[in-house]
Design a protein around this ligand. Structure first.
Ligand SMILES: [Zn+2]
Length: 323
């Protein structure tokens, strides 16, 4: 691992991350501009030299290493998309619909490629963030919960099969359980999944993982202590060459907009949470790549921003005397 103060060695992004899903008829505010907002704020605060490496899309072959061929064919059907995004309306069978779906799918290949790129950068330079990605509900043979293809599972398979590293730990702090990542990766000797999630939240059927920390939304005051203990336990049981940190801004009090109960962590608690994960891995010399995952509404980006900013401080891209 070598050090680099070049922000392009730590950040991955593309303008195409701002996918407009309203064409599918979903009323959910996925906050697609989160990545752009984080970059804009970094530039306003630290100068125009803060630029990200441009994401490149995964190939079909790379995707098919993790996902079933039949499912990838199903994605040409608008009904599959309506199911994944929970909208009753199905776009009509037409050339225009085919064009829309192809464009949307391209964006997901790009965002997933960003996660793979961030993992490679982390292995080389220690810390990296994909300013998007985190589709942890997608299973091998079906999409679920707004997630089409699972960039976390695909990246794990790619880095291991390409011999870039041997053992991957997924630390998933999204409000919802990463059921797709679990159904694809759980049970392998070379993967360890630590997942902190809302006990009563969707998905109602949880998948087994190596270390599950189900927490009631009433007990969110215990969140940081539970996470700290879980990180220590996980690293005592498994020595990863790479950590994929699934950040999740939907644990933030303004990150799960109009979507019922959540952990309602304050911005300060979110900062402490993300710094705990990043610092723990830095102190142990374990490369870490962060992806965004859930975050809804106009303020979700603020939580992502703090994590990315800290990651850049620990990479020494930004000065370390910042608060
Ligand atoms: Zn979520």
């Amino acid at each position: 691992m070598s050090r680099s103060k070049d922000p392009r060695h730590h950040l991955v992004y593309s303008d195409r991350y701002e996918t407009d899903l309203s064409v599918l008829g979903t009323p959910v505010d996925f906050a697609p501009s989160r990545g752009r907002q984080v970059l804009a704020r970094l530039r306003a605060e630290f100068g125009e030299q803060i630029v990200a490496r441009r994401a490149r899309q995964l190939t079909f072959k790379q995707i098919a290493q993790t996902h079933d061929h039949k499912y990838l064919q199903d994605l040409k059907d608008a009904a599959t998309w309506s199911q994944i995004f929970g909208v009753p309306r199905v776009l009509p069978h037409s050339r225009e619909t085919a064009r829309i779906l192809a464009r949307l799918f391209y964006d997901y290949r790009l965002k997933s490629g960003g996660t793979f790129e961030a993992a490679k950068l982390a292995l080389k330079y220690g810390l990296a963030a994909n300013l998007g990605g985190g589709y942890h509900h997608a299973h091998r043979d079906r999409g679920d919960g707004f997630c089409l293809i699972n960039d976390i599972a695909m990246t794990t398979n790619l880095v291991i099969s390409q011999g870039l590293c041997k053992k991957v730990m997924v630390v998933d702090l999204d409000f919802h359980q990463g059921n797709g990542t679990a159904s694809i990766l759980y049970g392998r000797d070379d993967v360890f999944i630590l997942d902190v999630f809302a006990r009563e939240g969707w998905p109602y059927r949880k998948e087994p993982v190596d270390l599950a920390v189900p927490l009631s939304t009433r007990d969110s005051h215990l969140y940081l202590d539970k996470l700290k203990a879980a990180l220590t336990q996980a690293l005592g049981r498994f020595a990863p060459d790479l950590v994929l940190f699934v950040q999740g801004a939907d644990a933030f009090e303004y990150g799960l907009h109009n979507r019922g109960d959540n952990f309602a962590l304050t911005l300060d608690q979110m900062k402490e949470r993300d710094e705990l994960v990043i610092d723990t891995m830095v102190e142990r010399g374990i490369p870490l790549a962060m992806v965004f995952a859930g975050g809804y509404g106009p303020r979700a980006w603020e939580a992502h921003y703090q994590g990315v900013r800290h990651l850049l401080i620990r990479s020494e891209v930004l000065r370390s005397d910042l608060p």
